[in-house]
Design a binder for this molecule. Structure first.
Ligand SMILES: NC(=O)c1ccc[n+]([C@@H]2O[C@H](COP(=O)([O-])OP(=O)(O)OC[C@H]3O[C@@H](n4cnc5c(N)ncnc54)[C@H](O)[C@@H]3O)[C@@H](O)[C@H]2O)c1
Length: 337
């Protein structure tokens, strides 16, 4: 399946196809000097597959984990690019999850004021979400994604077969993002995820449908000024849970717990049902009083209100303004009993 994301400068194609990594050279221009960036947690078979198709390919393996999405790793990648003599005509290829995609994209954005970036995401989260939209970056000074740039890939290659090696909890986390997009924007996709009997077989369709939603959003709001906020469904409370629980939950799991709060009883019932089906947590494990300070510290609360995304009916959404009282009511709806 071939998708396309328009950007002010033109756009980029996104191939979604089982086995796509094995024909990466047909799908993207690898006939130049290429630095493949991957991490220690990504099975080497994936970067091997890409490198075997590059006449002048080189590999940079960073340590896995969010804490390595750092200035130090970014500098090491840039030094490797200089050492190899990459020119403005060459390319960086990310083979890995969102961590690799974000930092490799940022290295491509900043090397010689920007060179080509090809993204081959290998986690479900990166396939349905972070590979599209052009956000690249690193963590700095203890603040996540505080340094970055918008730098669109020239090509995205998504091979759902790469997910066969992914830990089940990470597959569920990625599904939470797809469920999030379906709940606000695509009732048919929501139903497909709800009713899927063989997830591995349905993943190609699910990924492509989720990407269509993300593409539509980023095409209409590339600079994240309005519509892109719909992607924050479940995030206001999700972020607070993430901050309060430290490393206990993955990001997607926190979003999962945040979603039912922001939905009508009928929509919340379906959201909880589908989250449970994929072993995702559904109920808020903290009292609203514990979470409120984290929400209030969020810069978006400067005016006393925050914009939240509310789902009344699956497949549609509205933006609402909520102050502390309203937020408490939303949370009360979905507390762990
Ligand atoms: N740029 C964006 O728009 C955007 C959007 C959402 C999230 N993000 C970023 O994405 C990052 C999270 O991404 P993630 O969830 O993919 O985490 P990740 O990149 O850390 O990957 C999770 C783990 O899976 C391993 N892995 C990757 N592919 C694998 C495979 N096919 N088989 C087995 N193991 C594999 C990795 O080595 C890692 O240990 C965060 O840094 C977040 O800020 C960016």
């Amino acid at each position: 399946m071939e998708l396309f994301c328009h950007t002010p400068a033109g756009g980029y194609g996104i191939a979604v196809e089982r086995g796509a990594i094995g024909k990466a050279a047909q799908l993207a221009d690898l006939d130049r000097k290429v630095l493949v960036v991957t991490d220690t947690g990504v099975p080497p078979a994936y970067s091997d597959a890409v490198l075997s198709q590059c006449p002048d390919g080189h590999r940079f393996v960073m340590a896995e984990g969010e804490k390595h999405k750092s200035v130090t790793t970014w500098e090491a990648i840039l030094k490797e690019m200089l050492q190899l003599g990459l020119t403005r005509k060459d390319a960086v290829v990310a083979v890995g999850g969102g961590v690799v995609g974000d930092i490799a994209g940022f290295a491509a954005a900043t090397y010689m004021r920007g060179i080509d970036f090809i993204n081959i995401p290998t986690t479900l989260l990166s396939q349905v979400d972070s590979s599209v939209g052009g956000k690249t970056g690193i963590n700095c000074g203890g603040v996540k994604n505080s340094v970055g740039a918008f730098h669109y890939p020239v090509r995205v290659i998504i091979d759902p077969d790469c997910l066969s090696t992914l830990d089940g909890r990470l597959v569920s986390e990625g599904l939470a993002e797809a469920i999030k997009m379906a709940a606000t924007s695509d009732a048919a996709l929501f139903e497909k995820i709800e009713k899927s009997r063989n997830l591995a077989e349905d993943l190609e369709d699910i990924i492509a449908s989720a990407l269509r939603i993300k593409i539509n959003v980023v095409e209409h709001d590339p600079g994240e000024k309005g519509l892109r906020k719909v992607l924050n469904f479940g995030h206001t409370i999700g972020h607070a849970i993430e901050a309060a629980a430290l490393d206990e939950y993955f990001h997607g799991e926190c979003v999962a717990m945040g979603m039912p709060c922001m939905a009508s009883p009928e929509a919340a019932g379906r959201i909880i049902g589908v989250l449970e089906k994929y072993n995702l947590p559904t109920r808020i494990p903290f009292a609203p009083e514990t979470l409120m300070p984290y929400i209030l510290h969020d810069k978006k609360m400067a005016s006393g209100k925050v914009t939240v995304v509310y789902v009344d009916k699956i497949g549609s959404f509205e933006f609402r303004q909520a102050g502390p009282e309203e937020l408490k009511c939303y949370m009360d709806n979905n507390l762990e009993k």
